[in-house]
Design a protein around this ligand. Structure first.
Ligand code: AMP
Length: 459
């Protein structure tokens, strides 16, 4: 199938071809005709599948015909969980709409000055991309008129649910015209998402593409067993000196750890910087621009901050700390292997990560063998019970898995505070089989709160 077969406005097809796309991705092939026909759509699609264009192209197609109602308010509203994703969606709207006459794309994000946003909202807006909290503020101040709104897109709805934004999303939806077209995109579908869809969508067409497994095929996943923090730091330094790395994202559990580790790496001579939710939008944008322009090589980030980053030169993702939620593992490693490239994901697991690792294995269907770097072998043997560490049946939903996590009682708090190579085949050759005995592993010497203090002492 080609883009010409999708009945999109010629100016949109021209922009897509100018972007270098030769054919629509599966989600685009399925979603675009339904959306052009005016149906509500509920799509289960990961980032990396081309989902942004799947909703943005038909949204822009609508804009090619004059608005039915008068006014200045947006005709298309896209809600996203994070500022980075919002900026990417805005960029996509501008890129795909560049041959259409006068499309005004505005992003309204938390952490940016109100006067600038007030000014943007006083103009005629065609596409508004926003994070829910800040948008609610503007709605309450009467700065947005939704009388022209034709399409509402909920992007990464599962993440908005995780982050505690869903009530805001529903309030926003209620302030838009009931006859709007509504789209819901989510990496996972479960009963919580179904309930939201039942409230906000009208007899939606359901679309599902590419399972987790298919999507990760182009990413080589490696797992290293680590003794302790010192061992992690040594391995990390070794991996980052690999000439095969163009750019890498290193994930840490907390914002504080991201700062400390970035400082450590910079002091070791790496071009590294941190990115996390405590930074202002200006700082985050500056860091991301540094990465895009190649002035930075290593980004040390937390889950929320790195979500949605789409940079082709990210060849490696390193999970310095394993993510607490299996779904985040998939999102993290999806930062490499963008737009058809291959990528390498390296993760560190210590004895206290048994539960995290099992969750990731179940969710992805992988079974990890530990690999070792010669000369940097762990002193301790991995203590993962063989009998119960096989990848089991994948849980029916990521949320179900998350809810069973003991300290996730408050999704808003827990997601905000969540804990968050070498050349192919050169050194990572020996798989390190897991021990068969079931014995709990205790790592009493190291805990995350004092780990960087400890590292500094040890260097
Ligand atoms: P997304 O899933 O929306 O985050 O998109 C992932 C990446 O795929 C982005 O870099 C897009 O520019 C790219 N992309 C989207 N649609 C296509 C297509 N039809 N052909 C090739 N690349 C695409």
């Amino acid at each position: 199938m080609s883009f010409e077969n999708l009945n999109l406005h010629p100016a949109i097809v021209k922009a897509v071809l100018a972007a270098g796309y030769t054919s629509p991705t599966p989600i685009q092939q399925q979603a675009i005709p339904e959306l052009i026909a005016g149906h509500d759509v509920m799509a289960s699609a990961q980032t990396g599948t081309g989902k942004t264009a799947a909703f943005m192209l038909p949204a822009l197609h609508r804009l090619a015909t004059p608005a039915k109602n008068h006014g200045r308010g947006p005709r298309i509203l896209v809600l996203t969980p994070t500022r980075e994703l919002a900026l990417q969606v805005s960029d996509a709207a501008s890129k795909y709409g560049k041959f259409l006459p006068r499309i005004n794309v505005v992003s309204i994000l938390g952490g940016m000055p109100y006067p600038v946003q007030n000014k943007l909202l006083s103009q005629t807006v065609d596409v508004l991309v926003a994070t829910p909290g800040r948008l609610i503020d503007h709605i309450e101040r009467g700065r947005i008129n939704f009388s022209r709104l034709e399409m509402l897109v909920l992007d990464e709805a599962d993440r908005m649910l995780d982050m505690g934004f869903i009530q805001d999303v529903e309030r926003i939806a209620l302030s838009t015209p009931a006859e709007r077209q509504t789209l819901l995109f989510s990496a996972t579908m479960d009963s919580a998402i179904e309930k939201i869809a039942a409230r906000l969508l009208k007899t939606p067409k359901r679309i599902q593409v590419a399972t987790q497994h298919a999507r990760l095929d182009h990413i080589e996943q490696r797992m290293h067993y680590v003794d302790d923090l010192m061992h992690k730091n040594r391995l990390l330094d070794h991996l980052l000196r690999d000439t095969a790395i163009k750019q890498a994202i290193v994930f840490t559990a907390t914002k504080r750890d991201a700062d400390s580790l970035a400082d450590n790496l910079a002091s070791q001579g790496h071009m590294a910087a941190a990115m996390h939710g405590d930074m202002t939008q200006r700082e985050r944008t500056r860091t991301l621009t540094g990465l895009r322009q190649g002035r930075l090589k290593i980004l040390v980030a937390t889950d929320v901050a790195a979500r949605g980053i789409d940079i082709a030169d990210i060849t490696h993702v390193i999970n310095f700390d394993l993510p607490k939620f299996a779904e985040d593992y998939v999102h993290r490693i999806g930062r490499t292997g963008r737009a058809g490239a291959s990528g390498i994901a390296v993760s560190f697991a210590s004895g206290k990560d048994v539960a995290h690792l099992k969750r990731i294995e179940r969710f992805t269907g992988n079974h990890f063998e530990f690999q070792v770097v010669p000369g940097m072998e762990p002193r301790t043997k991995p203590r993962f019970g063989r009998g119960d560490d096989k990848p089991g049946k994948r849980p029916s939903s990521a949320h179900k898995a998350k809810r069973s996590w003991p300290d996730n009682a408050n999704p808003r708090t827990s997601s905000q505070n969540r804990k968050g190579g070498s050349d192919k085949g050169t050194e990572f050759t020996q798989p390190f089989a897991r021990e068969t005995r079931k014995r709990p592993f205790r790592d009493s010497k190291f805990n995350s709160s004092d780990r960087f203090a400890r590292t500094e002492q040890s260097q």
